[in-house]
Ligand binder design. Structure first.
Ligand code: TGC
Length: 388
């Protein structure tokens, strides 16, 4: 039997007791520490830095990484956490993605033992925040056209020059993973953000991700020792391997935003009478709610299946593209439809669906746009790359 009326397929039955416990812990954290405040944070464009160490204490930072103080949880557990956090707000899930999947994964996958021991324990605890600088003002979907360079100096160190854009958390981060073009192709560097010549400036007046921070980064004559280089990352495969991790988390996260919007719309429709009966009693409202539920159940099933493949070590990037493209697209549609059930009240911050929809406009664009993931899938089924 379904665990709840909205879990018609009993997807909870696919989860182990340990997974359900982790899910419930993060859900409770979101209910007590995010939900009561998110309206104000969103309105005032405030990222709750004070929650970072608490999130680390819950074991949510680099949670699927092992060793070096990282929690070593499964990919499904990481996904469940992403789903619950994004039910609170995409901005909070984005922080966990940037820290764990992008910045920490870069060091975990490509760093030296010294770099891993030096940075990862503090990052897992939330004492050090990292960001990930790949995208540039003129290189978004095509990072191979990046203009940021790193060249050797006379003493065997490096000099970085260039700029990055849309970099999450950069203005509050202690370190930045910067990807730059060198004589030997793209290489990655760990850049302490207090290095002279490094400047991060928040991008303001956003209509999306307001409870989060995205920045421009300027790199002017940034001088680094050779020990800043990530020794094992060569070429764009380095950052793309980390993007796979973050894209995977989005498959789950998007369904969290969708589920929250659906639940808000369902509750509202049951409690709001018009023409002497609740909105939920109208067939048009029921069609909307059922269509939302269909896609949430299918998208969550897709996320669980994807997570099981990732834990089995068989997940391919093209499968991540399928999941991200589908679940973000469907989540955005669900949030917008949920807003329509709320009528005029749905355009206020008193209700979450339009906030989620606005956030998802960013989510469909970052970590590979809808268009990029469509062309990755198009390439897969036709054998013809249409990127260029
Ligand atoms: P191409 O230049 O030919 O390939 C480069 C190398 O990368 C490899 N590769 C992958 N490796 C692992 N996983 C993947 N998913 C990979 N995709 C590509 C590829 O095999 C090649 O390796 P090698 O050894 O042969 O050099 O590029 P391509 O033709 O393979 O791919 C083209 C395209 C469009 C799919 C790719 O460029 C792409 O995915 N573009 C989207 C870039 C993107 O996602 N940017 C988002 C940046 S991060 C962000 O938006 C926000 S960060 C979070 C925050 O701060 O808030």
């Amino acid at each position: 039997m379904p665990a709840t009326t909205s879990d018609v397929l009993n997807l909870d039955g696919l989860l182990s007791p340990v997974e359900l416990e982790l899910r419930d812990t993060v859900r409770a954290f979101v209910r007590t520490s995010i939900a009561p405040h998110i309206k104000g944070w969103y309105e005032s464009a405030y990222f709750p830095l004070e929650l970072v160490e608490q999130i680390g204490g819950l074991g949510l930072l680099g949670m699927h990484l092992t060793g070096y103080g990282c929690p070593g949880r499964s990919s499904v557990e990481y996904g469940l956490a992403a789903m619950e956090l994004e039910a609170g707000d995409s901005g909070l899930r984005t922080f966990v993605s940037v820290q764990g999947s992008l910045a920490m994964s870069s060091i975990h996958k490509w760093g030296s033992e010294e770099q891993k021991n030096h940075y990862l324990p503090d990052m897992a605890a939330g004492r050090v925040i990292g960001c990930f600088g790949l995208t540039e003002p003129t290189a978004g979907s095509d990072p191979s056209s990046m203009a940021t360079t790193a060249r050797r100096d006379d003493s065997g160190g490096w000099i970085l020059e260039g700029s990055k854009r849309w970099i999450g958390l950069a203005s509050v981060a202690q370190i930045a993973i910067i990807w730059a073009m060198t004589d030997e192709g793209v290489r990655g560097f760990i850049v302490p953000t207090d290095t002279p010549g490094f400047t991060a400036t928040p991008i303001e007046a956003k209509l999306s991700m307001r409870a989060s921070i995205q920045c421009d980064i300027l790199l002017e004559d940034v001088r680094l020792p050779d020990t800043a280089l990530l020794p094992d990352a060569r070429g764009l495969g380095g950052p793309f391997a980390c993007l796979n991790e973050a894209r995977y988390g989005i498959i789950w996260g998007a369904m969290g935003a969708a589920r929250d919007s659906y639940e808000v719309a369902l509750a509202y429709s049951l409690g709001r009478p018009q023409f002497d009966k609740p909105l939920a009693a109208y067939q048009i409202t029921q069609v909307k709610l059922v269509d939302m539920l269909l896609e949430i159940q299918k998208g969550t099933l897709l996320a669980i299946h994807t997570g099981r493949m990732k834990d089995a070590g068989t997940l391919e990037p093209v499968q991540i593209s399928l999941g991200k493209l589908n679940n973000v697209r469907e989540a955005l549609s669900i949030c917008r439809e949920a807003r329509s059930i709320l009528g005029g009240n749905g355009i206020t911050l008193d209700y979450s669906p339009l906030r989620h929809a606005n956030n998802l406009e960013s989510v469909r664009t970052y970590e590979g746009t809808d268009e990029v993931h469509t062309l990755i899938l198009g390439n897969h089924i036709t054998g013809i790359p249409a990127f260029r």
